[in-house]
Design a binder for this molecule. Structure first.
Ligand code: NDP
Length: 251
């Protein structure tokens, strides 16, 4: 028996990295159906092929675009009519020195990482069942001072506040809301952190030096924590932030 038997889940940004690992694990744990989203259709098609089951649907769209979100929920309504789990995972990173941050970089980061999460959850409300679990993917960056990461870190700090407030807002409906905050995880996101290979190598070396466990985490390890927060194993846990960061938040 799986921990998520019969559950229907939405994972935004499920076409690669952490989101894809969570989708794969949810299916292994018995989820009845998993909807994944992403902006690039070809990545979604590839992901659906990799998960290799009829129980996954890829829906193309941008979480910061309200029409795309409406289209997504239309598909879910039509196919399944309800949701047990929402993982608001879609997000982008930004590494930019304070003097060079542009208005567009700020807007793009907050549009996707903050506005996208808010409206993903708001638009899910009509079809979330009693006992549903909402997981917001934050980041250990929100509690660490890391060079040139201020905009990204601030966007992820907003996620923690969302989860704390929404856990109270939604308690009458018996819906739990938690933040899952990874440390540095080996995914495609790392390719965006720097413009040149040499800066990237230094950045990554410096980053590993800040992790007590002396390595990056894997998407699979994050998926394990997501199953915990999505399942009845965490039935008395709401409003928390679970760090999955090799101890990085502790030092
Ligand atoms: P990846 O870049 O590997 O994957 C991101 C996924 O999100 C892709 O499927 C991407 O598809 C999708 N996505 C990005 N922007 C949007 C958008 N606007 N609308 C819909 N889908 C979108 O990232 P990770 O797996 O590493 O990151 C996932 C989450 O984990 C993010 O929220 C990130 O901030 C967080 N995180 C990651 C850490 C890490 O070290 N990797 C550490 C801490 C937190 P597409 O580009 O086609 O839209």
């Amino acid at each position: 028996m799986g921990k998520l038997d019969g559950k229907i889940a939405l994972i935004t940004g499920g076409s690669e990295g952490i989101g894809l690992a969570i989708a794969q694990r949810f299916i292994v744990e018995g989820a009845e159906h998993v909807f994944i989203t992403g902006r690039r259709q070809e990545m979604l098609d590839e992901a659906v092929k990799r998960i290799d089951t009829a129980n996954v649907t890829g829906v193309q769209g941008d979480v910061s675009n309200m029409e795309d979100l409406d289209k997504l929920y239309h598909v879910i309504q039509k196919e399944k009519k309800r949701l047990d789990i929402v993982v608001a995972n879609a997000g982008i990173s930004l590494v930019a020195p304070l003097e060079l941050i542009t208005e567009k970089q700020f807007d793009d980061t907050f549009d996707i990482n903050v506005k996208g999460v808010l409206f993903t959850v708001q638009k899910a409300l009509p079809i979330l069942v009693d006992g549903a679990s909402i997981i917001l993917i934050g980041s250990v960056s929100s509690i660490k001072g890391h060079p040139s990461a201020s905009v990204y870190s601030a966007s992820k700090a907003a996620i923690r506040s969302f989860a704390r407030c929404w856990s109270v807002d939604l308690k009458q409906r018996n819906i739990r809301v938690n933040t899952l905050s990874p440390g540095t995880i080996k995914t495609g996101m790392l390719k965006y952190v720097a413009s040149s290979e040499s800066i990237k190598t230094t950045f990554i070396k410096d980053l590993i030096a800040t992790v007590p466990m002396n390595r990056f985490g894997t998407p699979d390890e994050v998926a394990t924590a997501a199953v915990f927060l999505a399942s009845d194993d965490s039935s008395y846990i709401t409003g928390i932030e679970l760090f999955m960061d090799g101890g990085r938040g502790q030092i």
